[in-house]
Design a protein around this ligand. Sequence first.
Ligand code: ADP
Ligand code: ZN
Length: 721
Amino acid sequence: MNMYADVLVEIKAKQVDKTFTYLIPTNLKDKIKVGVLVVVPFGKKQVEGYVLNIHNKKIDFEIKEIINIKNEERVLNEELIELGYFLKEETLCSLSNCISSMLPKALKAKSGNVVNKKYLSYLVLVNKDGKFNVQQQRIIDLFKNNNEILKKEAYLISESATKTLIKKGNIKEIKKEEYRYNLRVDELDKPKKLNLEQQNAVDKISSYFNTSKTILLHGVTGSGKTEIYMNLIEKVLKEKKTALVLVPEISLTPQLILRFNKRFPKLIAVLHSHLSDGERFDEWRKIEKGECQIVIGARSAVFAPLKNIGIIILDEEHSDSYKQENNPKYHARKVAIKRSLYHNCPVILGSATPSLDSMARALKKRYEYISINKRASGADLPNISLVDMSEEAKARHNILSRELEYKIIERLNKKEQIVLLLNRRGHSTIITCANCGFTYRCPYCDITLTYHKTNKHLRCHYCGYTKYVDDVCPSCHEKSLNYYGLGTEKLEEYLKEVFPTAKIVRMDADSTTNKGFYEKIINDFQEGKYDILLGTQMVSKGLDFPKVSLVGIINADASLNIPEYKSNERSFALLTQASGRAGRSNIKGEVIIQTYNIMHPILKCVLNHNYQAYFNYEMKIRKTLKYPPYYFLVQIKLKSRDFNLVSNEIKKVKNYLENNISKDSIVLGPSPANPFLINGIYNYEILVKYRIDDKLINTLKELDKIYTIMPKISLDIDLSY
Ligand code: ADP
Ligand code: ZN
């Protein structure tokens, strides 16, 4: 009987998004299973593809044969294939785009990228009798206490003697796979005795085991959520099930991994962006083979091939990093909930600052809600105060207010630590000539260039364009350039001037480019090698430093003033999380927030640790302005290098939408996206707000088809904007 495979081929053209049927040749019949990668003829080429289905339906037209199998181990299981189709529905991207974004690079169907398994050579003893010279005997003696030894060790004695022994048949070489990433376990941690609130949370959540309930765990910073997660995981493991733990990339600190690893030695696989392709390939296969029961990872780890999942945890569930900004634009929270239905297991959404969306669902009883209002250590939440920077600027204190400066000196004297947040990297953001008015701008994007003093160059934070700069104005050739705007580099420079004896370290995307730097800064700060840690939002997340007693927010307005409907939500979370780094242990914590908007309602809520007030305020705005969670929002972007083309087409898109979707839906725009020009490409956007619209998805699919075929222009749809 002939067997056939439906294969999803990997070819760039978006139009070809369907499977093709191939005959399975007799010699491959045993090997080809659903989920393996195969090589098939396609036109005149050979391409790779995923086998999504196998069947014996009679086919009466001539059909090509599968050429070969690429990997005997399958890369997709039934659940992942189902998730691929789910993603396609959620994002309107092609199935092959969805499936390949779920997989580590080494397992994607493609040509050329070869990541191999790593093997180590060992030697085993076959026959210890014979006549040996001194070196040969020493090698034979290595087996007295070991059944097998590394070939490298024998080579240390003598390479030629080793080879002779192999030839004579006294010893034999075997190869064993060696995983490239292995967590070491130096010490073990016992579980902490949970306090009453923690125990209640654990009990309540465990009562939802073996159901697909989503539970919002709203616990203030330092309330011991991680401890709760570990306790739940222990219970899940006892039931012989597995656990998936997602955290934002930025909180995937060595601190956190160490904490889990000490508690669950040898059971953990880690997936994050600092792994090499080889390491990720190995971690993935450890999970697939069932060698690890717990996966900790960032967004894309939501696709980890765990079987028999007993709990899924999203820590810091409000984090933007759970949303993928490239295609397919999926949200890990939705994928997690989808998986929970498959596995019949609960999803825990943990946060000190739940997303508006999750809180709204909890209020509607769609999610279970559990809150914890006290810190686990018994410490109080920090005292927060606002400083009016317009007053300070008059006194020529526009970087550090007098109050913050004074408090820093106070902590330095007490040998306590300080964290300062400034959400803008680089040195200065605007360079202008005082003589002729010239300003450095990116030639490809419509933004000003940021000055990075460390290597004396200007950089565009959108496209990466760089330019070396000297002291003279390129326009009038006078030495009259002024540097405005405050970035982390300038702040560091300023702090070193004002506190010459303090030890200061900066953490931002520029100071952590090298692998390991991030880890080193955190470890060194933890060990007290620095007094002040300053940085971008990197310093606000998940870090637990007991000696930090002061947190300073240099410019709270930076995030509040971003023209985006989510800016209040993001600001509240950022400021609350950053504040949460202060006073986590036995020293009282204090937070100073510097702002030019002293009356801003969001700042008031941060000040009072009042999530509820913030929630009510923001929900009212969202309701009035018809934004999520009251309305769904779709962002449609049209992009082209050709200005005339894109500005004409965007009007057509608007017309098409208005004529083909529900009259109750609202079409906003077109307007230039922010920024309008990126890397030489013009960007327009249209927003659609809707509640129920049966026609919308098909209309968007039609638009997508039109612009997929049209040259020199591309359409980008974000269904969960
Ligand atoms: P969160 O994840 O909610 O920010 P953590 O789990 O990091 O909080 O806990 C904050 C601090 O309190 C940590 O240093 C942790 O070791 C400690 N802690 C948590 N639970 C307990 C407990 N039951 N008893 C004592 N200390 C605890
Ligand atoms: Zn640029």
